[in-house]
Design a protein around this ligand. Structure first.
Ligand SMILES: C[S@@+](CC[C@H](N)C(=O)[O-])C[C@H]1O[C@@H](n2cnc3c(N)ncnc32)[C@H](O)[C@@H]1O
Length: 413
């Protein structure tokens, strides 16, 4: 086993809480964030030990269990299909695995087993869970340690993944520089945040060619949701959603009656950036208080795909593939994205490589100098060609040949 310590990285909040793990500090933080965000932020639902017990009870109730089963089925099985497939086309056989919001670690243990069984690792797989809940990350570590101890090294980050600046340096050091990483955002966590708020930090943690797998719940429209839903509206779920509020003096008196928690369905842009998708927002309504709890946006496959194609160019997150479960409900899908290299960075790398080749490969020096000028002048700006130039196994003459063919065909267009 590799490093195995829970304190690898801590957000500000955790550092303060570990020194003084009292409910009062928690209340101060939760209240402040509540005031800033004007709602109870999703991560607090899993924060205390009692909340986690409620969460684990919730995922065992029949409606939720059906969703959990189908999500696990799609996420784990399609993951396996995809990486089996790219193994054939890729020079990479080894990946680090980063689980964003790992939860109890059940799915991650299956993913790690799949990676180990399907790809031929020469060294251990690095498992890097990023999780706000101390109790859930402990659960994930324990499960992975028990089920995959022979082939996994664990580097846990007990952090708020939105505050990536606080831990990015340490995080980068744990990633293996000879491997790409696979990031997972499973269990419909994407629906619990404004998509851009969540995907900006994740994209910043990713390096070029790393993968991001997003598991999400699918609903074609609001009416279909109304007809099929019900997994929130039961005792366990209400109990889970309301629990953090019991710790807040301002709200604890309003929590006994079940019927003051309403599940509103809205297309408000403060919950989703994707026009046409809708959010379910549990709201506690009572005389004098009106409190929004963590929300959940439901996606239509085509709209989410289009969103990635249109909006995420600037984050260089490229849409690759989407797998959907059957039309039965609950319906679930897995989207695969890949981080692309920024074209300016690619150009810089290509120029460094050409300069090295000019020094070392005299036989095609003049052609290489011309290629250098063409890159600088913006004539060569094609991603595939630039990647071809950078590839270490391509010699100067092979590069000259490939670039000339491309320039010719580009000229003829
Ligand atoms: C919906 S659960 C999904 C759990 C697991 N990935 C699965 O598929 O079953 C969301 C998870 O993300 C974690 N989480 C939510 N917000 C977070 C944040 N800001 N930083 C770190 N973890 C967070 C929660 O504690 C929880 O474990």
């Amino acid at each position: 086993m590799g490093i195995f310590e829970i304190n690898t990285s801590k957000s500000d909040l955790f550092e303060k809480l570990s020194k003084c793990e009292k409910k009062e500090s928690f209340i101060t933080y939760i209240q402040q964030e509540f005031i800033d965000a004007n709602m109870l932020v999703h991560k607090y639902l899993y924060y205390t030990f009692e909340s986690v017990i409620r969460y684990l009870k919730t995922i065992k109730n029949s409606k939720y269990k059906a969703l959990l089963n189908v999500s696990t089925e799609v996420e784990v099985a399609k993951f396996s299909t995809y990486f089996e497939d790219i193994k054939i086309h890729s020079t990479y056989n080894e990946y680090d695995y980063v689980s964003v919001g790992c939860g109890d670690g059940d799915k991650d243990a299956s993913i790690l087993k799949t990676l180990n069984d399907k790809l031929k690792y020469t060294e251990n797989i690095n498992y890097i869970p990023l999780e706000f809940s101390y109790y859930l990350i402990l659960s994930a570590i324990t499960k992975v340690k028990t089920k995959c101890s022979n082939y996994v090294d664990i580097y846990p980050f007990n952090v708020d993944f939105l505050k990536y600046q606080e831990f990015i340096d340490k995080f980068n050091k744990t990633l293996n520089s000879n491997r790409h990483a696979i990031f997972s955002l499973f269990g419909h966590t994407i629906g619990n945040y404004l998509e851009t708020d969540l995907l900006n930090p994740i994209s910043n943690l990713m390096r070029p060619y790393d993968f991001l797998l997003i598991g999400y719940e699918v609903y074609p429209d609001m009416e279909v949701y109304r007809r099929n839903t019900g997994h929130y509206d039961n005792k366990e779920d209400r109990d889970f959603l309301k629990y953090p509020l019991k710790l807040l003096p301002n709200f604890s008196g309003h929590l006994e009656e079940d019927d003051n928690l309403k599940f509103e369905i809205t297309k408000d842009i403060s919950y989703t950036k994707i026009e046409g998708c809708f959010s379910v927002v549990p709201t506690l309504k009572d005389t004098g208080i009106n409190l929004t709890l963590a929300f959940s946006t439901k996606y239509q496959v085509e709209l989410l795909k289009q969103f990635f194609k249109d909006y995420f160019n600037e984050l260089s997150l490229k849409y690759i593939k989407n797998y959907e479960s059957s039309n039965e409900f609950p319906q679930y899908a897995l989207m695969i994205l890949q981080k692309q290299e920024n074209i300016q960075d690619l150009k810089k790398k290509a120029l460094i490589r050409i300069r090295d080749l000019i020094e070392s490969q005299q036989s095609c020096k003049d052609e290489l100098i011309k290629i250098k000028r063409d890159i600088e002048g913006g004539l060569i700006d094609n991603e595939d060609i630039l990647k071809f130039i950078i590839e270490p196994r391509h010699t100067g003459s092979v590069i000259v040949d490939r670039v000339n063919k491309w320039l010719k065909s580009n000229h003829n267009k």
